[in-house]
Design a protein around this ligand. Structure first.
Ligand code: SAM
Length: 294
């Protein structure tokens, strides 16, 4: 497969030829740096057993490289104009399936049905549209698909939040939920100057490796409630921020007692709790819910 020409000039001329301009409203910033594209693909260790989902293929720069290595690439592009370009580009590439849709509306079970039998591993590798990064990531996490790995190019500030440790202002819902779901790491930073048009801020490559031995959807749902309560009112002490959980724990005193017996001072603020401490509270909530159902 000849290398797909990705240069600033080539991107500009393809867009001009099709009378298109990058749409800010769809987060269109096209990558034209070969090293960054290689780094993203390598971070996913893509091989010929893999089905790779790409969200927002754009002009196909990343898609091309993924298709050289993966068994199957499924790429979902919202923009109809770009979709037409992609259809021509990959017309004779049977391992690239292109879908013209808003990814937030896509039913993933239905999307993967044709390959459910043959695919060995499901991976996500994408340069995400920045305006919907968080809902996209949560859709993937909550989809029920047993991803082997997820590699995203996101704004540096989002990457910092995903990988944040307790205590800082970046630590929040994204950090706790994703670090329960799996292991999150930053692979490298990417200058804003390798995109056309250049965005306002730099980006970073993030890899999330799900921990399927630990993950439990019921615990995840409880953790979500606990974390939202804690970070919804960051300045309050845990006992006050956890107001919405009081009934589940059978009263404020019982909640305080539970926290103390778990080694968590109720006067602490949510942002100081480690993922494992949040998990302790979520598991406590889950066991009380199970008891109430009996
Ligand atoms: N992958 C290309 C690259 O690396 O050069 C383009 C990445 S660009 C940051 C984001 C892409 O996501 C654009 O092609 C945009 O049209 C597409 N997009 C935006 N919103 C989308 C949505 N809701 N569903 C699917 N694709 C979307």
């Amino acid at each position: 497969m000849p290398d797909y020409p990705v240069t600033l000039t080539a991107i500009k001329s393809v867009l001009a030829k099709h009378k298109l301009a990058p749409l800010k409203s769809l987060g269109q910033n096209f990558l034209f740096d070969h090293n960054t594209l290689e780094k993203i693909v390598n971070a996913g260790s893509v091989s010929d057993d893999d089905l790779v989902l790409e969200i927002g293929p754009g002009l196909g720069a990343l898609t091309w490289r993924l298709a050289e290595k993966a068994r199957q690439v499924v790429a979902v592009e919202y923009d109809r104009g770009l979709f037409g370009i992609l259809q021509d580009l990959f017309a004779d590439k049977p391992n690239v399936a292109l879908i013209n849709a808003d990814f937030l509306q896509v039913d993933l079970d239905h999307l993967f049905q044709p390959w459910n039998e043959s695919a060995q591993r499901f991976k996500v590798v994408a340069n995400l549209p920045y305006y919907i990064t968080t809902p996209l990531i949560f859709k993937l996490v909550e989809s029920g698909v047993r991803w082997e790995t997820m590699v995203f190019l996101v704004q540096k500030e989002v990457a910092d939040r995903i990988c944040a440790k307790p205590g800082g202002k970046e630590y929040g819902t994204l950090s706790v939920m994703l670090n329960y779901y799996g292991y999150a790491e930053q692979i490298g930073t990417v200058s804003k100057n390798v995109f056309y048009p250049a965005p306002q801020v730099n980006s970073a490559i993030v890899r999330i490796t799900p921990d399927w031995e630990r993950f439990d959807p019921e615990v995840y749902a409880c953790l979500q409630r606990v974390v939202q309560a804690a970070f919804g009112q960051r300045r309050k002490t845990l006992l006050n921020a956890f107001g919405v959980l009081i009934e589940d724990f059978g009263g404020k005193e019982a909640l305080a007692g539970f926290l103390e017996s778990s080694g968590i001072d109720p006067k602490r603020r949510g942002e100081t709790l480690s993922v494992n401490e949040f998990l302790t509270v979520a598991e406590g909530l889950r066991s009380r819910k199970q008891r109430d159902m009996r």
